[in-house]
Ligand binder design. Structure first.
Ligand code: PHE
Length: 454
């Protein structure tokens, strides 16, 4: 067997995992879910889930990946040979594949907006123009498709280059730059007129708004944002070096991810309230509020408005790319390992079938909007089924696997790097995986189905 590729450095591994986590989920999805579910109280529930479910399940995924040295599709088969657990691995591959197809639609929009910003397309426009421009673009029968295809081809190119030269190199440079830009933009946004209203929306919890739906939404967002429940971090864990500190890596990834999500809301909501856009505008939120931030905050200095808008959308596209790479990698690595085809060929299958599925997702926002199931179009249905149902289910079974099935000594060896690290929280970690996570996730599902009342 050929030598399995891996990350070249520890910091590269952390950045790649953070690159997977930080993406449209933080900057696009988090703010609009906060808006949908009424602000501050949703954020508190979200933070609770990051801590109680996200962190332990992330460490569990890293453990499974690094111990089995296999991508998620094969990892369970190796750790629990000839048991039903292999189906958990296979199903997570599917989930990642479906997410990739609709996520790439939005990723394509970020490319379009980078181009538009580059051509100075936001200059001298008002909020109503931004709203109109976004809906005519996203509903157009083929413009968004071109950007979707372009985005998946870009992802394909990085994937074919492999782990070290592809994934690691890009993550190392771009992530820190994005970070700085987000800080600057948040500072700009909170100085806009009427920004206080937005800040209040984010800071003052109204617990009367916390319903079962808020729990489901916050749980789904926590899994989505941390890239959990679909074997993505299992697969990355399999490329980690022996001396990578798993708990510390998980803590850094979750910390960076949460920070970016909160900062993104600090960019979006002050801006939305300032120009009178409703916080529950849904998926279009960042595409209609942000161009305004650039125009208004720098109205005296159009060159700055230009530079900031181009760099923001460019970096958003890059953040999306480090996430699409991680999703694509799950399917590609699985096909490559399971069917012994080359990575190149595996990647071609994944890219082309995602383009196919993505086209339907994109069209469902325009010409195919009449096709619905449970009142949801294809795009919304994919988002609902994956983020709110399948990822938490994947996470639940992963925690059951590590909590109940995997030998305790394996967990300990991985977490303590073969007894070279001191681990103070092992007992708590196991309790979280064994009882708390499965029960919490199960209870939220049962309450949504109306079987129990929370
Ligand atoms: N976590 C990514 C984001 O926030 C999305 C993602 C989900 C990536 C699942 C990989 C797996 O954008």
């Amino acid at each position: 067997m050929s030598v399995r590729s891996g990350f070249g450095s520890k910091i590269g591994a952390v950045l790649a995992a953070a690159g997977s986590a930080v993406g449209l989920g933080n900057i696009w999805r988090f703010p609009y879910e906060v808006g949908n579910y009424g602000g501050a109280a949703f954020i508190l529930v979200y933070l609770l889930f990051i801590f109680l479910l996200g962190l332990p399940i992330m460490i569990a995924e890293f453990t499974i990946g690094r111990h089995s040295r296999a991508s998620t599709g094969e990892a369970f088969q190796r750790l629990a040979p000839n048991t039903g657990w292999k189906w958990l691995g296979y199903s997570t591959v599917w989930v990642g594949f479906i997410i990739l197809s609709y996520y790439s639609v939005v990723a394509g929009w970020t490319l379009k907006y980078t181009l538009k910003a580059g051509l100075n397309g936001f200059a001298n426009q008002n909020p109503a123009d931004f709203v109109a421009a976004f809906s005519s673009f996203s509903q157009h029968p083929y413009h968004p498709l071109l950007f979707l295809i372009l985005f998946l081809v870009l992802t394909h190119v990085v994937i074919v280059k492999g782990v070290k030269d592809g994934i690691e190199r890009y993550s190392k440079i771009m992530m820190p730059v994005l970070f700085i830009l987000i800080l600057v933009l948040a500072a700009c946004s909170i100085t806009l007129p009427n920004a206080m209203e937005g800040i209040e929306f984010l800071m003052r919890p109204d617990f009367s708004k916390v319903t079962g739906k808020v729990f489901l939404g916050a749980m789904g967002q926590a899994f989505f944002s941390l890239s959990l429940g679909m074997g993505c971090l299992t697969t990355y864990g399999s490329y980690f070096r022996k001396d990578t500190n798993l708990p510390r890596t998980a803590l850094s990834v979750a910390g960076v991810d949460t920070f970016v999500a909160i900062m993104s809301s600090l960019i979006i909501f002050p801006a939305a309230f300032s120009i009178g856009i409703s916080p529950d505008a849904g998926p279009s939120l960042i595409f209609i509020t942000l161009p305004n931030v650039f125009q208004q905050a720098f109205s005296g200095m159009p060159i700055l408005a230009y530079l900031f808008s181009v760099s923001f959308y460019f970096l958003l596209a890059v953040a999306a790319l480090t996430s699409t790479i991680s999703m694509h990698e799950v399917s590609t690595a699985f096909l490559h390992e399971r069917f012994k085809i080359t990575r190149q060929r595996a990647a071609i299958y994944v890219t082309s079938s995602c383009i196919f599925l993505g086209i339907f997702c994109s069209l469902s926002l325009g010409v195919l909007s009449h096709i619905t199931l449970f009142d949801l179009g294809i795009f919304d249905l994919f988002d609902f089924l994956t983020a709110k149902i399948m990822l938490p289910l994947g996470g639940m079974f992963t925690s059951i696997f590590v909590g109940w099935r995997l030998e305790r000594s394996i967990s300990y060896v991985e977490i303590s790097n073969n007894n070279t690290l001191k681990v103070y929280f092992f007992g708590a970690y196991i309790v979280l995986l064994k009882y708390i996570a499965p029960l919490a996730i199960g209870a939220i599902f049962l309450s949504e189905l109306g079987i129990i009342r929370l």
